[in-house]
Write a protein that binds this ligand. Sequence first.
Ligand SMILES: [Zn+2]
Length: 376
Amino acid sequence: MYKLIKKCGNARRGEFKTPHGTIQTPVFMNVGTLGVIKGAVSSMDLKEIGCQVELSNTYHLHLRPGDQVIKKMGGLHKFMNWDRPILTDSGGFQVFSLAGMRKIEEEGVYFNSHIDGRRIFMGPEESMQIQSNIASTIAMAFDECIPIPSTKEYVEKSVARTVRWLERCKKEMDRLNSLPDTINKQQMLFGINQGATFDDIRIANAKEIVKMDLDGYAIGGLAVGETHEEMYNTIDTVVEYLPDNKPIYLMGVGTPSNILEAVDRGVDFFDCVLPARNGRHGHVFTKNGKINLMNAKYELDSDPIDEGCNCPACQHYSRAYIRHLFKAKEMLAMRLCVLHNLYFYNNMMKEIRDAIDGDYFSKYKESKLAQWSGKA
Ligand SMILES: [Zn+2]
């Protein structure tokens, strides 16, 4: 259940109660595709870097190790030793972006596994069953993530089908939550707004899915090739039609400045692979913007990645040492940079929450944007 505590402009400070604890929002969800953050980061590390919600991918866990294995091991919480909230995506995005030879029908999608090529079918019921076996806190509805650009005719047809899929998801989740051997009988369901960059389709779809009284609403199908202005415009358009008493999740976004802009427009939940992926390549976020540790100028730099940062990497190691680890292809290099970048994101969300609480969010946003672009 979502409780709006305070607003600062359109930015919202809230609390979302779940069976696995209360989430303070706005929040960044840390992406652990296979039940682990890539870069040798454990669930114990996640607690140390202030992670509130871990996000895992249904498609990937279905293929490896298999959701039946996870169910037999007592659910993903037990399997990966993480007792805080977990959100699982529906598998839709990966089916449409990773799998080969896909065929979309009213029932669902036929596709080939990207691991061994075997033919698999996934529809709304299958997605809900897999997510129920994983036993995540929040399940996402099965949807088609529409490529941008697409014709208006295609977007209309796809969105109408995704709404029919959402009705099937809700029905299937209600059924699964009532079964005696279901691990998390209080699993929550978020619906997903789609419509590419067509405002009228986005609005009609938002009105439609809000009627279903779901636990939360996501804005999907963004950060797939549209401009930042188009993305911000779509958020502005959609947020107006979503209820005040439910959390709003912007899927797959984004850079620190994207997050500040979206919080300013009323978004509560975020996820993105960017901080971990950047970290694995030695690209780290600092208060003065992103730097590349591979640059020669850091060879003799005894400063931490980011002066004043309280993450495990900055507390103990210098830029020069971490750069050396990268050059020597030591795994610790990736691990330290991923820990730093995730800490940077989680800490930024904490600062955002403090800024809304303290009524200075606009000032905070402006000063951060200026600092990151090197102007302050
Ligand atoms: Zn740090």
